[in-house]
Design a binder for this molecule. Sequence first.
Ligand SMILES: [Zn+2]
Length: 73
Amino acid sequence: MALIPCKECGTLNSSEVEICLSCEYPVKGRPKTNWLKWLAVLLALIFVIPLALYTIGTVSTQTNVQPSSPPAK
Ligand SMILES: [Zn+2]
């Protein structure tokens, strides 16, 4: 069992731990989580942007329709 200094805060961690016990930075330096995070952000953007555009389009259509509709009297 060796002690590995954390790249972020310098705390000595056991080589058996995955993340720093002090700052939770990955001790073994795996960039895997980083691109997974970006992939999640990218997927979120792909789903959120069309949804946001659709919502904006629906709202603007509704606001355009309302004044043109004849008054119910
Ligand atoms: Zn640390």
